[in-house]
Design a protein around this ligand. Structure first.
Ligand SMILES: NC(=O)C1=CN([C@@H]2O[C@H](COP(=O)(O)OP(=O)(O)OC[C@H]3O[C@@H](n4cnc5c(N)ncnc54)[C@H](O)[C@@H]3O)[C@@H](O)[C@H]2O)C=CC1
Ligand SMILES: CC(C)[C@@H](O)CC[C@@H](C)[C@H]1CC[C@H]2[C@@H]3[C@H](O)CC4=CC(=O)CC[C@]4(C)[C@H]3CC[C@]12C
Length: 440
Protein backbone atom coordinates (compact mmCIF):
# COMPACT_ATOMS: atom_id res chain seq x y z
CA UNK A 1 0.00 0.00 0.00
CA UNK A 2 1.64 3.26 -1.06
CA UNK A 3 2.45 5.64 1.70
CA UNK A 4 0.10 8.57 1.41
CA UNK A 5 1.48 11.95 2.27
CA UNK A 6 -0.60 14.72 3.77
CA UNK A 7 0.90 18.01 4.67
CA UNK A 8 -1.32 19.82 7.11
CA UNK A 9 -2.40 22.90 5.27
CA UNK A 10 -1.43 25.95 7.24
CA UNK A 11 -4.28 28.32 7.85
CA UNK A 12 -6.78 26.08 6.15
CA UNK A 13 -8.17 23.19 7.98
CA UNK A 14 -8.07 20.09 5.91
CA UNK A 15 -9.36 17.10 7.62
CA UNK A 16 -10.69 13.81 6.61
CA UNK A 17 -12.88 11.76 8.79
CA UNK A 18 -11.86 8.25 8.23
CA UNK A 19 -14.39 5.68 9.18
CA UNK A 20 -13.94 5.68 12.86
CA UNK A 21 -14.61 2.88 14.94
CA UNK A 22 -14.43 0.97 17.87
CA UNK A 23 -14.63 2.23 21.27
CA UNK A 24 -16.28 0.64 24.18
CA UNK A 25 -18.65 2.53 26.35
CA UNK A 26 -16.50 3.33 29.29
CA UNK A 27 -17.06 4.92 32.58
CA UNK A 28 -13.78 6.66 33.20
CA UNK A 29 -12.58 7.23 36.64
CA UNK A 30 -9.42 7.35 38.65
CA UNK A 31 -8.35 3.98 39.89
CA UNK A 32 -7.56 3.91 43.58
CA UNK A 33 -3.87 3.75 42.79
CA UNK A 34 -1.71 6.51 41.55
CA UNK A 35 -3.34 9.36 43.34
CA UNK A 36 -0.71 9.77 45.97
CA UNK A 37 3.03 9.50 45.88
CA UNK A 38 5.06 9.65 42.71
CA UNK A 39 1.96 10.33 40.70
CA UNK A 40 1.11 13.25 42.93
CA UNK A 41 1.36 16.84 41.82
CA UNK A 42 4.92 17.81 41.05
CA UNK A 43 6.12 21.37 41.58
CA UNK A 44 7.78 23.49 38.91
CA UNK A 45 9.67 26.27 40.55
CA UNK A 46 9.42 29.55 38.63
CA UNK A 47 7.12 28.29 35.94
CA UNK A 48 3.72 29.58 34.80
CA UNK A 49 0.84 27.78 36.46
CA UNK A 50 -1.39 25.91 34.11
CA UNK A 51 -3.90 28.31 32.67
CA UNK A 52 -7.31 27.21 31.56
CA UNK A 53 -6.76 28.77 28.13
CA UNK A 54 -8.18 26.46 25.57
CA UNK A 55 -6.12 26.13 22.46
CA UNK A 56 -7.21 28.25 19.49
CA UNK A 57 -8.82 25.11 18.29
CA UNK A 58 -12.40 26.07 19.11
CA UNK A 59 -12.61 28.65 16.35
CA UNK A 60 -10.81 26.73 13.67
CA UNK A 61 -12.78 23.58 14.23
CA UNK A 62 -16.27 24.90 13.77
CA UNK A 63 -16.98 22.87 10.69
CA UNK A 64 -14.97 19.90 11.69
CA UNK A 65 -16.76 19.65 14.99
CA UNK A 66 -20.01 19.20 13.11
CA UNK A 67 -18.89 16.01 11.46
CA UNK A 68 -20.76 13.13 12.97
CA UNK A 69 -18.83 10.15 14.17
CA UNK A 70 -20.48 6.80 13.59
CA UNK A 71 -21.38 5.09 16.82
CA UNK A 72 -18.12 3.94 18.31
CA UNK A 73 -19.22 0.59 19.51
CA UNK A 74 -21.30 -0.48 16.56
CA UNK A 75 -18.53 -0.06 14.04
CA UNK A 76 -15.74 -1.76 15.91
CA UNK A 77 -16.30 -5.03 14.11
CA UNK A 78 -17.06 -3.45 10.75
CA UNK A 79 -14.05 -1.20 10.30
CA UNK A 80 -10.37 -1.17 11.05
CA UNK A 81 -9.00 1.37 13.48
CA UNK A 82 -7.23 4.61 12.74
CA UNK A 83 -4.19 5.35 14.90
CA UNK A 84 -2.26 8.59 15.03
CA UNK A 85 1.30 8.70 16.37
CA UNK A 86 2.63 12.20 16.98
CA UNK A 87 6.41 12.41 16.91
CA UNK A 88 6.25 9.24 14.85
CA UNK A 89 9.61 9.87 13.22
CA UNK A 90 11.54 10.24 16.46
CA UNK A 91 13.72 7.74 18.30
CA UNK A 92 10.76 6.25 20.22
CA UNK A 93 8.11 7.23 17.65
CA UNK A 94 9.63 5.17 14.85
CA UNK A 95 9.67 2.10 17.08
CA UNK A 96 6.02 2.73 18.03
CA UNK A 97 5.08 3.04 14.33
CA UNK A 98 6.84 -0.19 13.42
CA UNK A 99 5.47 -2.01 16.46
CA UNK A 100 1.90 -0.99 15.58
CA UNK A 101 2.34 -2.27 12.03
CA UNK A 102 3.70 -5.54 13.34
CA UNK A 103 1.49 -6.15 16.35
CA UNK A 104 -1.80 -4.28 16.09
CA UNK A 105 -4.11 -6.46 13.95
CA UNK A 106 -6.98 -3.98 14.20
CA UNK A 107 -4.99 -1.27 12.46
CA UNK A 108 -6.62 0.10 9.27
CA UNK A 109 -4.80 3.40 8.93
CA UNK A 110 -1.65 4.61 10.66
CA UNK A 111 -1.07 8.34 10.64
CA UNK A 112 2.48 9.43 11.35
CA UNK A 113 2.57 13.09 12.42
CA UNK A 114 5.90 14.83 12.80
CA UNK A 115 7.62 18.09 12.13
CA UNK A 116 10.35 16.19 10.35
CA UNK A 117 9.24 13.17 8.29
CA UNK A 118 11.80 10.40 7.91
CA UNK A 119 12.63 8.94 4.48
CA UNK A 120 12.15 5.44 5.96
CA UNK A 121 8.38 6.04 5.92
CA UNK A 122 8.45 5.44 2.17
CA UNK A 123 9.67 1.93 2.78
CA UNK A 124 6.71 0.90 4.85
CA UNK A 125 4.90 -1.66 2.76
CA UNK A 126 2.15 -2.67 5.01
CA UNK A 127 -0.35 -4.66 3.03
CA UNK A 128 -3.81 -3.68 4.28
CA UNK A 129 -2.66 -0.81 6.49
CA UNK A 130 -2.62 2.62 4.97
CA UNK A 131 0.35 4.66 6.27
CA UNK A 132 -0.32 8.39 6.10
CA UNK A 133 2.69 10.64 6.69
CA UNK A 134 1.60 14.05 7.94
CA UNK A 135 4.14 16.83 8.21
CA UNK A 136 2.89 19.10 10.92
CA UNK A 137 3.63 20.94 14.14
CA UNK A 138 1.90 20.12 17.42
CA UNK A 139 2.06 23.79 18.36
CA UNK A 140 -0.28 24.53 15.44
CA UNK A 141 -3.73 23.60 16.75
CA UNK A 142 -5.37 23.41 13.36
CA UNK A 143 -2.69 21.05 12.05
CA UNK A 144 -3.16 18.81 15.05
CA UNK A 145 -6.91 18.84 14.59
CA UNK A 146 -6.67 17.88 10.95
CA UNK A 147 -4.43 14.95 11.87
CA UNK A 148 -6.56 13.82 14.81
CA UNK A 149 -9.94 14.05 13.08
CA UNK A 150 -11.27 10.55 12.56
CA UNK A 151 -8.58 8.81 14.57
CA UNK A 152 -9.65 6.18 17.06
CA UNK A 153 -6.45 6.34 19.15
CA UNK A 154 -3.77 8.96 19.55
CA UNK A 155 -0.32 8.02 20.83
CA UNK A 156 1.33 11.34 21.62
CA UNK A 157 5.11 11.01 21.73
CA UNK A 158 6.05 14.30 20.04
CA UNK A 159 8.15 16.51 22.22
CA UNK A 160 11.33 18.49 22.63
CA UNK A 161 13.66 16.26 24.60
CA UNK A 162 16.25 18.83 25.47
CA UNK A 163 18.37 18.91 28.63
CA UNK A 164 21.37 20.34 26.84
CA UNK A 165 20.19 23.91 26.35
CA UNK A 166 19.64 23.63 22.61
CA UNK A 167 16.10 25.08 22.72
CA UNK A 168 14.81 27.99 24.79
CA UNK A 169 12.63 27.25 27.85
CA UNK A 170 9.77 28.97 26.06
CA UNK A 171 10.08 26.70 23.04
CA UNK A 172 10.25 23.60 25.22
CA UNK A 173 7.12 24.74 27.02
CA UNK A 174 5.36 25.61 23.76
CA UNK A 175 6.00 22.21 22.22
CA UNK A 176 5.65 19.97 25.25
CA UNK A 177 2.81 21.74 27.08
CA UNK A 178 0.86 23.73 24.49
CA UNK A 179 1.41 20.96 21.95
CA UNK A 180 -0.10 18.47 24.36
CA UNK A 181 -2.97 20.84 25.08
CA UNK A 182 -3.61 21.03 21.33
CA UNK A 183 -3.69 17.24 21.09
CA UNK A 184 -6.18 16.99 23.95
CA UNK A 185 -8.44 19.69 22.52
CA UNK A 186 -8.31 18.06 19.11
CA UNK A 187 -9.47 14.77 20.63
CA UNK A 188 -12.32 16.53 22.42
CA UNK A 189 -13.44 18.55 19.43
CA UNK A 190 -13.25 15.75 16.88
CA UNK A 191 -14.49 12.85 19.00
CA UNK A 192 -11.30 10.80 19.38
CA UNK A 193 -11.63 8.95 22.65
CA UNK A 194 -8.34 7.27 23.48
CA UNK A 195 -5.11 9.10 24.21
CA UNK A 196 -1.84 7.57 25.38
CA UNK A 197 0.76 10.15 26.38
CA UNK A 198 4.49 9.54 26.51
CA UNK A 199 5.44 11.15 29.79
CA UNK A 200 8.77 10.54 31.52
CA UNK A 201 10.42 9.43 34.74
CA UNK A 202 11.56 13.03 34.91
CA UNK A 203 8.06 14.07 35.89
CA UNK A 204 8.95 12.52 39.25
CA UNK A 205 12.68 13.08 39.49
CA UNK A 206 15.48 13.29 40.25
CA UNK A 207 14.35 16.40 42.07
CA UNK A 208 16.34 19.59 42.57
CA UNK A 209 17.48 18.34 45.97
CA UNK A 210 19.16 15.23 44.60
CA UNK A 211 16.97 12.88 46.60
CA UNK A 212 17.46 9.29 45.42
CA UNK A 213 14.46 7.34 44.09
CA UNK A 214 15.44 3.73 44.72
CA UNK A 215 13.32 0.99 43.15
CA UNK A 216 10.27 3.27 43.55
CA UNK A 217 6.80 2.82 42.07
CA UNK A 218 3.83 4.97 41.07
CA UNK A 219 2.77 5.36 44.69
CA UNK A 220 6.16 6.02 46.25
CA UNK A 221 6.15 9.29 48.16
CA UNK A 222 8.73 11.60 46.62
CA UNK A 223 9.10 15.37 46.55
CA UNK A 224 8.89 16.06 42.83
CA UNK A 225 10.38 19.56 42.63
CA UNK A 226 11.82 20.76 39.32
CA UNK A 227 13.47 23.86 37.93
CA UNK A 228 14.65 22.68 34.54
CA UNK A 229 12.33 23.45 31.61
CA UNK A 230 12.23 19.88 30.36
CA UNK A 231 10.96 18.07 33.46
CA UNK A 232 8.68 21.00 34.21
CA UNK A 233 7.13 20.79 30.76
CA UNK A 234 6.66 17.03 31.01
CA UNK A 235 5.05 17.35 34.44
CA UNK A 236 2.65 20.04 33.25
CA UNK A 237 1.79 18.11 30.09
CA UNK A 238 1.20 14.90 32.02
CA UNK A 239 -1.09 16.75 34.37
CA UNK A 240 -3.10 18.10 31.43
CA UNK A 241 -3.51 14.61 30.02
CA UNK A 242 -4.59 13.04 33.30
CA UNK A 243 -7.01 15.86 34.07
CA UNK A 244 -8.56 15.50 30.63
CA UNK A 245 -9.60 11.94 31.42
CA UNK A 246 -13.40 11.77 31.46
CA UNK A 247 -13.98 14.95 29.46
CA UNK A 248 -16.82 14.58 27.02
CA UNK A 249 -15.67 14.42 23.44
CA UNK A 250 -17.69 15.31 20.37
CA UNK A 251 -20.33 12.61 20.14
CA UNK A 252 -20.98 12.56 23.87
CA UNK A 253 -18.64 9.82 25.06
CA UNK A 254 -15.82 10.34 27.56
CA UNK A 255 -12.15 10.81 26.69
CA UNK A 256 -9.94 8.09 28.19
CA UNK A 257 -6.30 8.99 28.81
CA UNK A 258 -3.24 7.49 30.44
CA UNK A 259 0.42 8.48 30.70
CA UNK A 260 3.46 6.22 30.41
CA UNK A 261 6.67 7.20 32.21
CA UNK A 262 9.70 5.57 30.60
CA UNK A 263 13.00 5.70 32.45
CA UNK A 264 16.05 6.45 30.28
CA UNK A 265 15.34 4.85 26.93
CA UNK A 266 18.12 3.15 24.97
CA UNK A 267 18.28 1.15 21.76
CA UNK A 268 18.49 1.56 18.01
CA UNK A 269 18.39 5.25 17.18
CA UNK A 270 19.46 6.62 20.59
CA UNK A 271 21.35 9.80 19.72
CA UNK A 272 22.97 10.24 23.12
CA UNK A 273 24.46 6.74 22.89
CA UNK A 274 25.84 7.71 19.52
CA UNK A 275 27.28 10.91 21.01
CA UNK A 276 29.05 8.88 23.72
CA UNK A 277 30.42 6.55 21.08
CA UNK A 278 31.75 9.42 19.00
CA UNK A 279 33.25 11.05 22.10
CA UNK A 280 35.05 7.80 22.90
CA UNK A 281 36.35 7.45 19.36
CA UNK A 282 37.65 11.01 19.51
CA UNK A 283 39.48 10.18 22.75
CA UNK A 284 41.23 7.17 21.28
CA UNK A 285 38.72 4.60 22.51
CA UNK A 286 38.63 5.83 26.11
CA UNK A 287 35.76 7.22 28.17
CA UNK A 288 36.54 8.66 31.60
CA UNK A 289 34.27 7.85 34.53
CA UNK A 290 32.56 10.88 35.99
CA UNK A 291 29.82 9.18 38.02
CA UNK A 292 30.26 6.67 40.90
CA UNK A 293 29.34 3.11 39.90
CA UNK A 294 27.06 3.00 42.94
CA UNK A 295 24.61 5.51 41.43
CA UNK A 296 21.88 3.43 39.79
CA UNK A 297 19.94 4.78 36.82
CA UNK A 298 16.89 3.06 35.40
CA UNK A 299 17.06 2.30 31.68
CA UNK A 300 14.52 0.66 29.36
CA UNK A 301 14.86 -0.76 25.86
CA UNK A 302 13.01 1.27 23.20
CA UNK A 303 11.29 -1.81 21.81
CA UNK A 304 9.71 -2.52 25.18
CA UNK A 305 8.63 1.10 25.51
CA UNK A 306 7.01 0.88 22.09
CA UNK A 307 5.31 -2.37 23.07
CA UNK A 308 3.93 -0.83 26.25
CA UNK A 309 2.43 2.01 24.18
CA UNK A 310 0.76 -0.43 21.78
CA UNK A 311 -0.61 -2.52 24.62
CA UNK A 312 -1.84 0.44 26.64
CA UNK A 313 -3.58 1.88 23.56
CA UNK A 314 -5.27 -1.45 22.92
CA UNK A 315 -6.37 -2.08 26.48
CA UNK A 316 -7.42 1.50 27.17
CA UNK A 317 -10.77 0.79 25.54
CA UNK A 318 -11.45 -2.44 27.35
CA UNK A 319 -10.19 -1.30 30.75
CA UNK A 320 -11.12 2.38 30.64
CA UNK A 321 -12.46 2.46 34.18
CA UNK A 322 -9.22 1.00 35.56
CA UNK A 323 -6.67 2.67 33.28
CA UNK A 324 -8.31 6.03 32.65
CA UNK A 325 -6.36 8.90 34.23
CA UNK A 326 -3.54 6.62 35.40
CA UNK A 327 0.25 6.84 35.12
CA UNK A 328 2.53 3.87 34.55
CA UNK A 329 6.28 3.69 34.87
CA UNK A 330 7.81 1.99 31.87
CA UNK A 331 10.81 -0.23 32.41
CA UNK A 332 11.98 -3.78 31.74
CA UNK A 333 14.63 -6.28 32.77
CA UNK A 334 17.53 -4.00 31.86
CA UNK A 335 20.02 -4.09 34.75
CA UNK A 336 20.23 -1.31 37.31
CA UNK A 337 23.61 0.34 36.76
CA UNK A 338 25.17 3.77 36.68
CA UNK A 339 24.44 5.60 33.44
CA UNK A 340 28.02 5.23 32.28
CA UNK A 341 28.43 1.58 33.26
CA UNK A 342 25.15 0.78 31.51
CA UNK A 343 26.31 2.51 28.34
CA UNK A 344 29.47 0.40 28.44
CA UNK A 345 27.31 -2.72 28.00
CA UNK A 346 27.08 -1.57 24.40
CA UNK A 347 30.14 0.62 23.91
CA UNK A 348 32.53 -1.95 25.41
CA UNK A 349 31.79 -4.57 22.73
CA UNK A 350 32.28 -1.75 20.21
CA UNK A 351 35.86 -1.24 21.38
CA UNK A 352 35.59 1.55 23.97
CA UNK A 353 36.89 1.36 27.55
CA UNK A 354 35.68 3.24 30.63
CA UNK A 355 38.71 4.47 32.57
CA UNK A 356 38.54 4.48 36.37
CA UNK A 357 36.85 2.28 38.93
CA UNK A 358 35.67 5.53 40.47
CA UNK A 359 35.34 9.08 39.14
CA UNK A 360 38.70 10.41 37.97
CA UNK A 361 37.83 13.95 38.99
CA UNK A 362 36.51 15.16 42.34
CA UNK A 363 32.82 16.08 42.27
CA UNK A 364 33.50 19.74 43.01
CA UNK A 365 35.67 19.91 39.86
CA UNK A 366 32.93 18.29 37.79
CA UNK A 367 30.50 20.86 39.17
CA UNK A 368 32.90 23.62 38.17
CA UNK A 369 33.39 22.20 34.66
CA UNK A 370 29.63 21.79 34.23
CA UNK A 371 29.10 25.40 35.27
CA UNK A 372 31.86 26.49 32.91
CA UNK A 373 30.10 24.66 30.07
CA UNK A 374 26.87 26.47 30.94
CA UNK A 375 28.70 29.82 30.91
CA UNK A 376 30.37 29.04 27.60
CA UNK A 377 27.02 28.03 26.11
CA UNK A 378 25.55 31.35 27.18
CA UNK A 379 28.50 33.38 25.88
CA UNK A 380 28.73 31.54 22.55
CA UNK A 381 24.99 31.40 21.88
CA UNK A 382 24.97 34.46 19.56
CA UNK A 383 27.66 32.79 17.46
CA UNK A 384 27.33 29.03 17.74
CA UNK A 385 25.36 26.41 19.63
CA UNK A 386 27.64 24.84 22.22
CA UNK A 387 25.73 21.98 23.92
CA UNK A 388 28.06 19.46 25.56
CA UNK A 389 26.84 16.39 27.44
CA UNK A 390 28.15 17.80 30.74
CA UNK A 391 26.12 20.64 32.20
CA UNK A 392 24.79 21.34 35.71
CA UNK A 393 21.52 19.53 35.02
CA UNK A 394 22.92 16.42 33.36
CA UNK A 395 25.57 16.09 36.07
CA UNK A 396 22.95 16.35 38.81
CA UNK A 397 20.64 13.83 37.15
CA UNK A 398 23.42 11.39 36.36
CA UNK A 399 24.65 11.63 39.93
CA UNK A 400 21.31 10.79 41.55
CA UNK A 401 19.97 7.28 41.86
CA UNK A 402 16.66 6.86 40.08
CA UNK A 403 15.32 3.35 39.54
CA UNK A 404 11.82 1.96 39.45
CA UNK A 405 10.30 -1.40 40.31
CA UNK A 406 6.57 -1.83 39.81
CA UNK A 407 3.98 -4.23 38.43
CA UNK A 408 1.20 -1.68 37.95
CA UNK A 409 1.28 -1.88 34.15
CA UNK A 410 1.32 -5.65 34.37
CA UNK A 411 -1.63 -5.70 36.72
CA UNK A 412 -3.63 -3.08 34.84
CA UNK A 413 -3.10 -4.09 31.23
CA UNK A 414 -0.91 -7.15 31.15
CA UNK A 415 2.36 -5.48 30.17
CA UNK A 416 5.35 -7.79 30.07
CA UNK A 417 8.54 -6.77 28.27
CA UNK A 418 8.60 -8.13 24.73
CA UNK A 419 12.40 -8.12 24.50
CA UNK A 420 14.68 -9.75 27.05
CA UNK A 421 17.72 -7.89 28.36
CA UNK A 422 19.98 -10.14 26.29
CA UNK A 423 18.00 -9.42 23.11
CA UNK A 424 17.81 -5.69 23.85
CA UNK A 425 21.56 -5.59 24.46
CA UNK A 426 22.39 -7.48 21.27
CA UNK A 427 20.15 -5.32 19.12
CA UNK A 428 21.66 -2.15 20.59
CA UNK A 429 25.24 -3.34 20.13
CA UNK A 430 24.55 -4.20 16.50
CA UNK A 431 23.09 -0.75 15.97
CA UNK A 432 26.03 1.05 17.64
CA UNK A 433 28.45 -0.97 15.51
CA UNK A 434 26.53 -0.08 12.35
CA UNK A 435 26.08 3.55 13.47
CA UNK A 436 29.73 3.70 14.43
CA UNK A 437 30.71 2.80 10.90
CA UNK A 438 29.61 6.29 9.86
CA UNK A 439 30.54 7.97 13.14
CA UNK A 440 33.99 8.90 11.83
N1 LIG B 1 14.68 9.54 25.24
C1 LIG B 1 14.38 9.19 26.48
O1 LIG B 1 15.23 8.67 27.23
C2 LIG B 1 13.01 9.43 27.00
C3 LIG B 1 12.04 10.09 26.24
N2 LIG B 1 10.77 10.27 26.76
C4 LIG B 1 9.73 10.94 25.98
O2 LIG B 1 9.52 10.18 24.79
C5 LIG B 1 9.09 11.03 23.72
C6 LIG B 1 9.95 10.79 22.51
O3 LIG B 1 11.28 11.06 22.88
P1 LIG B 1 12.50 10.69 21.92
O4 LIG B 1 12.04 9.71 20.90
O5 LIG B 1 13.65 10.36 22.78
O6 LIG B 1 12.80 12.11 21.24
P2 LIG B 1 13.06 12.46 19.72
O7 LIG B 1 13.53 13.88 19.70
O8 LIG B 1 13.88 11.43 19.06
O9 LIG B 1 11.59 12.38 19.08
C7 LIG B 1 10.65 13.40 19.24
C8 LIG B 1 9.93 13.58 17.91
O10 LIG B 1 8.99 14.63 18.06
C9 LIG B 1 9.08 15.47 16.94
N3 LIG B 1 8.69 16.84 17.28
C10 LIG B 1 9.36 17.69 18.08
N4 LIG B 1 8.71 18.87 18.13
C11 LIG B 1 7.60 18.74 17.34
C12 LIG B 1 6.55 19.59 16.98
N5 LIG B 1 6.50 20.85 17.42
N6 LIG B 1 5.59 19.12 16.17
C13 LIG B 1 5.64 17.86 15.70
N7 LIG B 1 6.61 16.99 15.99
C14 LIG B 1 7.59 17.44 16.81
C15 LIG B 1 10.54 15.44 16.51
O11 LIG B 1 10.67 15.82 15.15
C16 LIG B 1 10.90 13.98 16.79
O12 LIG B 1 10.68 13.19 15.64
C17 LIG B 1 9.19 12.46 24.26
O13 LIG B 1 7.90 12.92 24.62
C18 LIG B 1 10.08 12.34 25.51
O14 LIG B 1 9.75 13.32 26.45
C19 LIG B 1 10.44 9.82 28.01
C20 LIG B 1 11.36 9.18 28.79
C21 LIG B 1 12.71 8.93 28.34
C1 LIG C 1 28.79 13.92 31.31
C2 LIG C 1 28.47 12.85 32.35
C3 LIG C 1 28.05 13.49 33.65
C4 LIG C 1 27.43 11.89 31.81
O1 LIG C 1 27.29 10.80 32.68
C5 LIG C 1 26.06 12.62 31.63
C6 LIG C 1 24.97 11.67 31.26
C7 LIG C 1 23.68 12.44 30.90
C8 LIG C 1 23.82 13.03 29.50
C9 LIG C 1 22.44 11.52 31.05
C10 LIG C 1 22.35 10.95 32.48
C11 LIG C 1 20.85 10.73 32.74
C12 LIG C 1 20.19 11.02 31.41
C13 LIG C 1 18.71 11.39 31.44
C14 LIG C 1 17.86 10.29 32.09
O2 LIG C 1 17.99 9.08 31.38
C15 LIG C 1 16.39 10.70 32.13
C16 LIG C 1 15.85 11.28 30.86
C17 LIG C 1 14.52 11.19 30.62
C18 LIG C 1 13.90 11.82 29.49
O3 LIG C 1 12.67 11.94 29.43
C19 LIG C 1 14.73 12.42 28.44
C20 LIG C 1 16.20 12.08 28.55
C21 LIG C 1 16.73 12.12 30.00
C22 LIG C 1 16.63 13.55 30.53
C23 LIG C 1 18.21 11.62 29.98
C24 LIG C 1 19.12 12.61 29.24
C25 LIG C 1 20.62 12.28 29.35
C26 LIG C 1 21.06 12.13 30.81
C27 LIG C 1 20.91 13.44 31.55
Amino acid sequence: MPVEHRVAARGRLRARVVGVVAGRVSVPGMGQEGEGGASGRGRCVGWPALDERRGPLQASLGTLGQRLQPGMADSAQAQKLVYLVTGGCGFLGEHVVRMLLQREPRLGELRVFDRHLGPWLEELKTGPVRVTAIQGDVTEAHEVAAAVAGAHVVIHTAGLVDVFGRASPETIHEVNVQGTRNVIEACVQTGTRFLVYTSSMEVVGPNTKGHPFYRGNEDTLYEAVHRHPYPCSKALAERLVLEANGREVHGGLPLVTCALRPTGIYGEGHQIMRDFYRQGLRLGGWLFRAIPASVEHGRVYVGNVAWMHVLAARELERRAALMGGQVYFCYDGSPYKSYEDFNMEFLGPCGLQLVGARPLLPYWLLVFLAALNALLQWLLRPLVLYAPLLNPYTLAVANTTFTVSTDKAQRHFGYEPLFSWEDSRTRTILWVQAAGSFAQ
